[in-house]
Design a protein around this ligand. Structure first.
Ligand code: PMP
Length: 369
């Protein structure tokens, strides 16, 4: 036995609010087609790999020193990208970056949530929102969605009015449903919120809707737009997410961020990846077209397909989704069981992966049962 093996989690003095909770745990399995964590399935080009290798090599020459803890060069590049993408001119003072948008969300809750405070979201949504709330001892309030996973605006505004969360999460497009909140509805929700509003735009590049960045001018005292390089940018392994907000909010985050949280290597690699954005983001249109092809075919097969504005699809019609998940896996296709009865979620893959997924879906189709 290994040292300490007899010690159980139950006997440890963890906070009561963490007792009985489950860690985040999307399976990481060796499969032919990994279609379960909403990454960009296209590997980086050889030119991008070479530029990152060069940038990281150059950074190694100064790794005896701490990295720039203010991320000046990276924030400049991100500000340029956000400006180009959203049409709203933002400066590096509006931008902050961290190890994935998960760390961004954690930093935001460390400042604006915490003991005695609440965070609310409309579920099902991104499973890390409650987990990060628990981790920062922010009380999580799950609001509801409609039966087809949309948002009932009157209900949502009423719930915000009544429960007055310190932090409101709005995932747009939503994960795992792909649902998009129209801008007018978003404005109503932000207006109703008494505290901070985080619009989580991890999948923003896949949607035709405008970014909430263009509402920052109007709601600077409460709006934080969280984005990531993990999805459309094809940089999930590099771990960079960022927020766009009023400079005072970026200033507030400095109170909790660990100094030097982004290594010289991460900063150098991210800058190289941003400089290749034209080529990387060119895959987005094709992935969106594939999403529409998969959705149409699943509908033909009799599945109940939720309209998606992201790079994944939630679809239902399974009598036993856990058994169906296993059938996909046996066929080399890893999809995601979100524990939504009757439903599974698939991330759009490469064309041949999508074909393999559809072939298994055909065998499992509801109308054949
Ligand atoms: N927000 C949403 C809605 C997500 O789906 C994800 C990734 N699954 C994230 C944030 C976090 O991604 P990352 O930390 O890689 O930026």
């Amino acid at each position: 036995p290994l040292p300490g093996e007899a010690v159980s989690l139950d006997q440890l003095p963890i906070r009561d609010t963490l007792r009985g909770k489950e860690p985040y745990g999307a399976p990481q399995l060796p499969v032919a087609a990994a279609m379960n964590t909403n990454e960009n399935p296209h590997p980086p080009s050889p030119a991008l790999v070479a530029d990152i290798a060069k940038a990281v090599g150059d950074a190694a020459a100064s790794m005896n020193r701490y990295p720039d803890r203010d991320l000046a060069a990276l924030r400049n590049r991100l500000a340029e990208y956000v400006t180009e993408r959203t049409g709203t001119v933002v400066g590096p003072q509006n931008v902050w970056a961290a190890n994935g948008s998960n760390e961004i969300l954690q930093q935001v809750l460390q400042v604006f949530g915490g003991p005695g405070r609440t965070a609310m979201g409309f579920v099902p949504s991104y499973s890390m929102h409650p987990i990060i709330s628990d981790g920062t001892d922010t009380h999580w309030i799950p609001g509801k969605r409609t039966a087809d996973f949309g948002l009932d605006l009157d209900y949502a505004v009423g719930a915000i009015d009544e429960l007055r969360p310190d932090v409101l999460f709005l995932t747009n497009p939503n994960n795992p449903t792909g649902h998009l909140i129209a801008e007018d509805d978003l404005i109503r929700l932000i207006e109703a919120a008494p505290g901070i509003v985080i619009v989580d735009e991890a999948y923003g590049e896949f949607s035709a809707g405008p970014s909430a960045v263009r509402l920052l001018d109007r709601f600077g005292e409460k709006l934080i737009v969280s984005r990531t390089m993990s999805k459309a940018f094809a940089f999930a392994g590099g771990r960079v997410g960022y927020l766009v907000a009023a400079p005072a909010i970026v200033g507030a985050i400095q109170l909790v961020r660990l100094p030097y949280h982004l290594s010289v290597f991460t900063q150098a690699a991210a800058i190289a990846a941003i400089d290749h954005r034209a080529e990387t983001l060119a895959s987005v249109a094709h992935l969106s077209a594939e999403r529409d092809r998969i959705s149409a075919r699943l509908r033909e097969l009799g599945y109940d397909v939720i309209e998606s504005h992201a790079n994944f699809i939630l679809y239902g019609g399974f009598a036993d989704e856990a058994a169906a998940w296993r059938t996909y896996l046996d066929g080399g296709v890893l999809v995601r069981d979100m524990h939504i009865p009757g439903h599974l979620r698939v991330s759009v893959g490469l064309d041949h992966e999508n074909d393999a997924f559809l072939a298994i879906s055909e065998k499992l189709a509801p109308e054949k049962k």
